[in-house]
Design a protein around this ligand. Sequence first.
Ligand SMILES: Cc1cc2nc3c(=O)[nH]c(=O)nc-3n(C[C@H](O)[C@H](O)[C@H](O)COP(=O)(O)OP(=O)(O)OC[C@H]3O[C@@H](n4cnc5c(N)ncnc54)[C@H](O)[C@@H]3O)c2cc1C
Length: 496
Amino acid sequence: MRHQLLYADAASRPERPSTRPPLRGVAPAELSWLRTRFKGEIVLPADAAYATAREGFNPRYDPHPAAVLSPHDAADLRIALALVQRTGLPVAVRGGGHSLTGRSNTDGIVIDMVHFQSIAIDGTTATVGAGCRQGPLRQALQEKHLHLPMGDSGQVAIGGFMQGGGYGHTARCFGMNSDHVTAVTVMLADGRIVHADARRNADLFWATRGGAGGGFGVLLEITYRFHAAPRLAYDSLVWRAQTDAERASAAAVIAMVERDFTGTGAPGTSVEMLLTFGAPGHEGPWLFLNAAHLGNARGLTHALAPLVAAAPPFAGYDEAWNGHHDATHALSRQARYLNRSPGLDGWRALVEVVATGAAHRATLYLHPHGDAIDAVPREASAFIHRTASCLVAQDVFWPAAEAGDDALALQRRWAGLVRPYSAGRVYQNFPNDELADYREAYWGEAFPALLAVRRKYDPVFFFAGKQDVSPHPDRGEPPALWPPHVADALARPIMA
Ligand SMILES: Cc1cc2nc3c(=O)[nH]c(=O)nc-3n(C[C@H](O)[C@H](O)[C@H](O)COP(=O)(O)OP(=O)(O)OC[C@H]3O[C@@H](n4cnc5c(N)ncnc54)[C@H](O)[C@@H]3O)c2cc1C
């Protein structure tokens, strides 16, 4: 059995009524131009479907797009991009709409990739449409006994997930999702389709795996290689973290996981942890651990034995007790990669802020790194967080109609507590608008090359969006010298 925080999916959300018109609509003449060419769906503010079509995952963001366009194919997508050119409106590309900071939303034109969900499996490789949701992809792979590290939510789209790196439950066993990509196909702003792999347009290939999407072009397809029929054992453990003593014990378990299941510890074993509230009537917090092991159940039991001995898990846990995210609540996540251990006292303090934040449904994630993640060279892709011991993340929630000041204050306190143990690097799939320097936090020394790739493939910054790959307002642009193979590829023209 696997435990997870249950998020409401888009289909079960209450509609949020539109309270203001878009900043600028699409002019009638442009709409007529579009309607005679475009085969996909066009949703405008006056349409009944607008209330649902305009939304992203996080109700903290309240976009009012001038139009939401869902192209049926590449030719349609080209027309949608041409409309953006003609109107001069901003554009955002939407995969599954699960950006935590509303990055796939805009008050201009949203291009929704919902129809790009093809899955074509051939042996141990497959080409997958960028809008494909993880749920159907996981199902298709399971039927063929193939494995690819993927995240927990079936609704997250592979295009957005992979471009940020893509951490899955089995990442320590096999690496990041993006480490399994062998080629991508991208439509540039002018409608050209380019293929990128290790040889062709190698700079774009490098940038799409970690560059976090939206900045180079529209990702159409991803080609993966999979693991064939790996022998994997899974298990879950749960501890209650309600009383003082239980929380001290939970902190000790987390400290053990950090010590024994990161870096080169426990090879072939992936664990992820979640400290979260319980469902109404089953108050927690609860500390969950999901484990995957390359091998059999006995091997996994052996790997987990020291944890179980140190803090006996809670018996008789019922899945229905798991915390539910209320879809009317806004969410903020702060994440940090750790490169120094907080030790027992540090973990105790980090756990305590979460546990006492019940009013804000505060939640703590631990994603251990190392093993197969670190086996991939740092320069292989724009996902550079290879040597961190683990990623910790904290969520807070508040009613979307409110400002969330108290919840955000609690989160800032938590971020202050974690600061001594982190160099400030942040997982680009867990973005936060409050970061002082997101370029450094998400991409570090990869940033100059990412910016050069952007200038080559999207020279007019057509796909401009928040926290995108764009020049720092107060700094010059250092030369893109690293990694060398990207610097070489940058010197070559775009290959059609
Ligand atoms: C419930 C939930 C569970 C999650 N679980 C995990 C997890 O287990 N592991 C993990 O690593 N992350 C996880 N995430 C984070 C998730 O990976 C990111 O939010 C990801 O960016 C979402 O992708 P999306 O396409 O669904 O979102 P969107 O909001 O549609 O897109 C995210 C970004 O990618 C861009 N983008 C999307 N599609 C394309 C495209 N075809 N071409 C160009 N740009 C595109 C968008 O413009 C935007 O900037 C989770 C998030 C949520 C909300």
